[in-house]
Design a protein around this ligand. Structure first.
Ligand SMILES: Nc1ncnc2c1ncn2[C@@H]1O[C@H](COP(=O)(O)OP(=O)(O)OP(=O)(O)O)[C@@H](O)[C@H]1O
Ligand SMILES: [Mg+2]
Length: 511
């Protein structure tokens, strides 16, 4: 695919000249300090053309910061960067893009009111007679860019009407369409299902064949081993190791990342036979149909299904974000008739949604206020909020979840992606729900912190509470659930006990 609005026109002469070092990108000794934290200390990274270089490390290790320095979003304090053998020092992302570095940001940044096509070609719209935007032309180009990822959407659809996964795919298509020499992918698959991930992998292979260098950041180590030629490990802002992926394995990488063995699934709870939540024939027209199950006290019920199976839709209806068209929900023996999430909350239910940016976090607010916002009432006497009380609960929750931050007063927008997730989780755990519904709770969370969250879940249900865990990560569902409800195209395909559940058994029901 050659997009006339890409930068292929300017790239030809430079591309013909092979970089002397053999690296398309050569980063040497980069350091960066933010107030209260040394984000990067003397980090180096070399990327070869036509290869995938994975970058791994715990939440807050400095991965995104290094990428933001590469594209000129942040200025480095020290260090050298050479692109195709030439030293570079970008002041803004546009310069980096013009020089041949495009990026898929970890945070989705599309403008909701724009169409897919407008978003894809923002600032480089094809024009007619050099003046008017050529809408039909842009439409066709957008279709072609999306076809790279087998994505079939009407280019005029508004971004805000898309699912999180579709938005992520559009962002990927956008980054690819620039035909850059280096494409940075910062957790590109966090919202994608298996099939979309396969499409992405296929298009990465095509990019490699064209000579593009790719920096691939992910917490999913299977992806790293599937696609990457080399891998670099960062820990606490330090460069720990770089090597060909063939020379290491999963456990080896984990040890380098977190400096110890990972704990796997620390599951300790024992479910009772006392019903907590009884769902009968629950249906929401167009989304899911005839879902029935009972969640017991002390139980973790996994909900598994491929993308579009109806997992999130089911949770939304249970939490009264949407209204079921028929069926009944009984919670602690009482028929539930909540019409709004606020009522569900008063009934001691909590839902941690999939799209945390949209429904969870207030970025320009502090960690403390973000975590306490749903529970402020509890620390209020005579209209005054007890800062001491709030401070104490927030500190202990942050410690439990291992939120890496300079202080609880730090603004959430300055936390790393994974640490932002932990803040949302912390907020809902502070509401002390008796029923916790989790939609993809460990998306973007590193392996060490995942184990902490799993341990937390186990202890949580052991106090007579219950968890509904919707996830598209099969190992997580298998590792943590007492039973697994498998959904397929909006219907229940079956419920498996822990003994019956295996990867094959679950997948057989799901596809
Ligand atoms: N703009 C900023 N201001 C202050 N501190 C920041 C800023 N951006 C990042 N940090 C801090 O720098 C450190 C590294 O963050 P970074 O986002 O690079 O981590 P990461 O490796 O990408 O983690 P994750 O896997 O969670 O995305 C963190 O401690 C973070 O809080
Ligand atoms: Mg990051």
């Amino acid at each position: 695919m050659t997009l006339p609005v890409g930068r292929s026109d300017v790239a030809t002469s430079e591309a013909a000249m092979p970089p002397q070092s053999g690296f398309v990108l050569d980063v040497q000794g980069v350091s960066k300090r933010f107030p209260g934290v040394q984000a990067l200390s003397d980090v180096s990274l070399q990327v070869r053309p036509g290869s995938v270089h994975a970058l791994v490390g715990e939440n807050g290790a400095g991965k995104s910061t290094l990428m933001k320095i590469l594209i000129g979003w942040h200025r480095r304090d020290r260090g050298e960067i050479a692109l195709k053998g030439q030293p570079v020092d970008f002041h803004e992302p546009k310069q980096a893009l013009n020089a041949g570095i495009s990026i898929i940001q970890q945070e989705l940044s599309a403008i909701g009111d724009m169409s897919i096509a407008e978003n894809l070609f923002l600032g480089r719209e094809p024009r007619r007679a050099g003046a008017f935007i050529d809408y039909p032309g842009m439409n066709a180009l957008a279709k072609r860019a999306m076809a790279e990822l087998e994505l079939e959407l009407d280019p005029w659809r508004k971004m805000k009407s898309l699912s999180v996964a579709q938005m992520q795919l559009v962002e990927i298509a956008k980054a690819i369409s620039h035909e850059a020499d280096i494409i940075i992918m910062d957790e590109p698959t966090s919202a994608l299902g298996d099939r979309e991930i396969e499409h992405l992998m296929a298009s990465i292979r095509k990019l490699k064949a064209r000579g593009t260098g790719i920096i691939y950041i992910s917490h999913k180590l299977e992806e790293v081993f599937e696609i990457a030629d080399e891998v670099t490990v960062l820990r606490d802002g330090h460069h720990i190791a770089s090597m060909p992926t063939g020379e290491t394995d999963r456990d080896g990488l984990i040890r380098l990342m977190i400096g110890r063995e990972a704990k796997g699934f620390p599951k300790t709870n024992t479910p009772t036979t006392r019903p907590l939540l009884e769902v009968e024939q629950l249906t929401r027209e167009g989304e899911f149909r005839d879902v029935s199950f009972t969640l017991h006290e002390g139980e973790i019920l996994g909900v598994f299904g491929l993308m579009g199976a109806g997992k999130s839709e089911l949770l939304n209806a249970l939490f009264s974000v949407t209204r079921a068209t028929s069926g009944s929900v009984t919670f602690r023996g009482k028929r539930l008739r909540a019409r709004y999430p606020s009522q569900a909350m008063r009934n001691n239910m909590a839902l941690i949604t999939e799209d945390r940016k949209a429904t969870g976090l207030i970025l320009p607010m502090s960690v403390r206020d973000n975590m306490a916002i749903s529970t402020l009432g509890r620390h209020t006497r005579f209209g005054f909020v007890s800062a001491l009380g709030v401070g104490r609960v927030v500190s202990s929750m942050s410690q439990d979840l291992d939120v890496r931050m300079a202080s609880p007063r730090q603004l959430v927008k300055f936390l790393s992606g994974g640490n932002q997730q932990k803040v949302v989780l912390g907020r809902w755990l502070l509401t002390k729900p008796s029923l916790l519904m989790l939609d993809e709770p460990t998306r973007g969370i590193d392996i060490g912190a995942k184990a902490e969250i799993y341990r937390f879940m186990s202890e949580f249900v052991d106090q007579g509470k219950g968890i509904v865990l919707a996830s598209s990560e099969l190992p997580e569902v298998l590792g943590m659930s007492d039973r697994i409800l498998v959904m397929k195209a909006g219907r229940m395909a079956g419920i498996l006990t822990r003994e019956q559940a295996s990867e094959e058994a679950v997948m057989q029901l799901a596809v």
